[in-house]
Design a protein around this ligand. Structure first.
Ligand code: S3P
Length: 432
């Protein structure tokens, strides 16, 4: 994919697809609910389709019609032994959440993934699940993993790593235990699973204590069916938001964007940098806060973000780093350890590719320092993505300012945003 400089600004109202995190949960939870659910605006992307395929393989009837899918849930204990290994492609969310759900099924199963997923750490979820009694077999703590379904016991677990995937895997595991599990998060991460389980009638109780969250969840309770409308994805919007901010004469409007406070660190960070963002029509969709957003080209300042920001915007550091490269002053982003274990080592790839674009930046421990300049001379126009969708899209936006950049393995974009190129070109982008 080649991303070239754009001639005018970016103008219009691109259509942002459904939220990836909420889409995965909108398949998993209805698949074990006691009745039929209709899901509107689910993200049609490689990752989410892997979750759909997994549940079809376990006997769940799922019909797709245009922008709506219908899931015929048959209750907590209704999944069937899959006739084959479950292939999850690139999807870390599917893997961590399914490890929790499959650990208490009446059958054994095996999860496999692509090269990237097979190198990602799974012990962070299998170890706490083993404390609940789960039984796994794997060579080195990553996929492929065999899961021997067993009865789990309600357990108190303190989660040390900030990760919504770990929390969600544990919540799904706790759904079929006798008694109440207590799950403590020591930092706040996206709460889509808690919100959805609550709206499906799960016996779940949440207490926030300063920066801690304590969740009590009682197992063996059937989930009531519910219809869901998936809001548009803030993480996908972030590429367009930054593109409009850094390119002069831009004004774009985005509708129905998920603005969940456990997830919207990117908006807070950009506002800190001086971004002109106008929020309209605040409302809720299935208990998820959403709004419409207008973004104008803005003069950005650098900013210092401490580690507490990382939990609220972990997926947005690649695109925030692009924004910081066009600010008036340096930026420091701290506590980015978790960026190293995403679809790629994102911290390394942000650094390497920014340096290739001519940006002065360095990594010290897990902190990223960016020292922007007025003009850039590209050193190497080839962007290495290691098949990571967010790296590819972030550097496509970089290309709109300093291009042309040749972005390798860009079909990874289908993981989360298959219509990215069309939507970007529709508002004035120059990607071929
Ligand atoms: C996700 C949680 C985050 C995020 C990922 C989606 C989720 O991962 O990076 O893209 O849907 O729960 P971690 O839980 O590993 O932080």
């Amino acid at each position: 994919m080649i991303s070239g400089i754009i001639s005018g600004g970016l103008n219009g109202a691109p259509s942002i697809p459904g939220d990836k995190s909420i889409s995965h949960r909108s398949i998993i939870i209805p698949s074990i609910a006691d009745g039929e659910c209709e899901i509107e605006n689910i993200l049609n992307s490689d990752d989410v389709n892997k979750t759909i395929d997994a549940f079809k393989l376990m006997g769940v009837k799922i019909e797709k019609k245009n922008n709506i899918i219908r899931i015929y849930g048959k209750g907590l204990n209704s999944l069937k032994k899959p006739s084959n290994e479950i292939y999850l492609g690139n999807s870390g969310t599917s893997a961590r959440l399914l490890l929790g759900l499959l650990s208490w099924q009446k059958f054994s199963s095996k999860l496999i993934g692509d090269n990237s997923l097979s190198s990602r750490p799974m012990k962070r979820i299998t170890i706490p699940l083993e404390r609940m009694g789960a039984k796994f077999e794997s060579k080195n703590g990553s996929l492929p993993i065999n899961i021997n379904g067993v009865d789990l016991k309600a357990t108190d677990i303190d989660i040390k790593i900030p990760s919504a995937q770990i929390k969600s895997g544990l919540l799904l595991a706790a759904l079929n235990t006798e008694g109440i599990s207590k799950i403590t998060e020591n930092s706040i991460t996206r709460d889509h699973t808690e919100i959805m389980l609550d709206s499906f009638g799960a016996h779940i109780e949440i207490k926030n204590e300063s920066n801690k969250k304590i969740i009590h969840i009682e197992g063996k309770k059937e989930l009531k069916p519910n219809n869901i409308i998936v809001p548009s994805d803030l993480s996908s919007s972030a590429f367009f938001i930054v593109a409009a901010l850094i390119n002069k004469n831009s004004l774009i409007k985005l509708e129905n964007i998920n603005n969940n406070p456990t997830r919207n660190g990117i908006l807070k960070a950009l506002e800190k940098m001086g971004a002109k963002i106008i929020y309209k029509n605040h409302r809720t969709l299935n208990k998820e806060p959403i709004c419409d957003i207008e973004i104008k080209s803005s003069e950005l300042n650098g900013c210092h973000l401490d580690e507490s920001f990382a939990e609220l915007m972990i997926d947005e550091y690649p695109i925030l780093s692009v924004a910081a490269s066009f600010a008036n002053s340096p930026s420091v982003f701290k506590g980015l350890k978790e960026l190293r274990v995403k679809e790629s080592d994102r911290l390394e790839l942000i650094h390497k590719n920014l340096v290739n674009c001519g940006v002065e930046c360095k990594i010290e421990e897990d902190n990223l320092f960016i020292n922007p300049k007025k003009n850039y001379t590209i050193k190497h126009s080839e962007i290495i993505t290691n098949y990571d969708h967010r790296i590819a899209m972030s550097f496509a936006i970089m290309g709109s300012k300093i291009g042309p950049l040749n972005i390798r393995d860009a079909d990874s974009i289908n993981t989360s945003f298959p219509s990215f190129i069309n939507e970007f070109n529709k508002i004035g982008g120059n990607i071929s």
